[in-house]
Design a protein around this ligand. Structure first.
Ligand code: SAM
Length: 333
């Protein structure tokens, strides 16, 4: 494995590092046990972080009957890295539910994630469904073991390990889009992955064409496109919103924005958008199921101490979805 530099770039304008060591308090000395650089530093750190999330979901799922909900939630807030992860699992399950309702029951559902890392979203969704069943939230469960999971990651390390860590699931991972064939049911990508991987608007649009229902967040530049190095050591590129809007006119689908998770960052001249892209009938179905499931969660566990972290309640109060064009005219023009 070639791990000296970052996969996918010739240009190295930053170095990622991962240092492990100790502080000898008696001698007031810092001891460095190991130091990893470049892609290996990134892969090792993210592997540990995402494995920790997976371990939470496995453990919490097993303990749903023996722990109180308050304990499950407290453990979540201590262990899961992204506090909106649970909310993201609801979104992914809703997207699969919309696809299931529209599809021929003989054809397995398919889910494509760009930057799947360890494909921890599967474990997160499994936990989310178990909790829904336990709470009596009536939503036909998705048979996750029958879904065709497709992951495209630049890291060979993650591509191999996601498969190893999900035996029993139908999982395929690639390092190039050319291996992904046909239209999938759901596409998902985390905003930061898109910022790493997408270098122009055509690439973004190409991704939106990979599935019937696309859910992603993204930060666009409101002034002009620009590149920045972030703390992971990788370069991120913010595409210009106006370029995207122009390209969007050529697409058959609509972009809806979840208002509560979308905001303008005037200081950095960017806008962060929580997006749903699909044909309009799919979008409407998605929004309706999303509202139903989230309201059910609020009514079942809204009073439990700490539950806001799962419910994303502040956002859910403003949970309206609006067309991207309307969001822009209300917030940017
Ligand atoms: C922040 S992690 C992904 C988040 C995770 N799947 C989640 O939902 O929280 C970013 C992922 O994108 C991958 N990545 C970085 N650059 C990429 C590129 N150019 N193409 C595909 N994947 C990329 C990384 O290896 C890493 O697995």
């Amino acid at each position: 494995m070639q791990n000296n530099k970052f996969y996918g770039t010739e240009k190295v304008s930053s170095i990622s590092y991962l240092e492990f060591g100790a502080i000898d308090l008696d001698a007031s000395r810092k001891l460095v046990w190991d130091l990893k650089l470049h892609q290996k530093a990134y892969d090792w750190y993210m592997h540990a972080r995402y494995s920790n999330d997976i371990l939470y979901y496995l453990t919490a799922g097993e303990k749903l009957d023996s722990l109180t909900l308050e304990e499950i939630i407290m453990m979540y807030s201590e262990e899961v890295h992204h506090k909106d992860d649970f909310s993201g699992s609801i979104s992914k399950l809703v997207a699969l539910a919309v696809a299931a309702a529209q599809s021929n029951s003989d054809t397995p559902l398919s889910f494509f994630e760009l930057g799947q890392t360890l494909f921890g979203c599967i474990d997160a969704m499994k936990f989310c469904q178990s909790l829904m069943t336990q709470l009596g939230i009536a939503q036909k469960p998705i048979k996750l073991q029958e879904v065709q999971w497709h992951g495209l990651d630049i890291s060979e390390f993650f591509n191999r390990l996601s498969v190893v860590m999900h035996s029993g699931y139908n999982l395929h991972t690639y390092n190039d889009m050319k291996h992904l064939h046909g239209k999938q049911d759901v596409f998902f990508a985390k905003g930061v992955t898109l910022l790493y991987a997408v270098r122009n608007v055509s690439q973004l649009v190409e991704l939106l064409d990979t599935a019937k229902i696309c859910i992603f967040d993204y930060s666009f530049a409101t002034h002009e496109e620009h590149e920045v190095i972030i703390g992971s050591g990788k370069a991120v590129k913010y595409l210009w919103l106006d370029d995207f809007l122009q390209k969007l006119q050529e697409l058959p689908g609509k972009v809806y924005i979840k208002k509560g998770n979308s905001f303008l960052d005037s200081k950095n001249k960017r806008v962060t958008l929580d997006c749903l892209y699909a044909e309009d009938n799919y979008c409407r179905e998605y929004i309706s199921i999303d509202n139903t499931v989230r309201s059910a969660f609020v009514s079942k566990i809204g009073q439990v101490k700490g539950a806001e972290i799962l419910l994303d309640q502040e956002n859910d109060r403003n949970s309206g979805w609006i067309l991207l064009a309307d969001f822009i005219s209300m917030n940017l023009r």
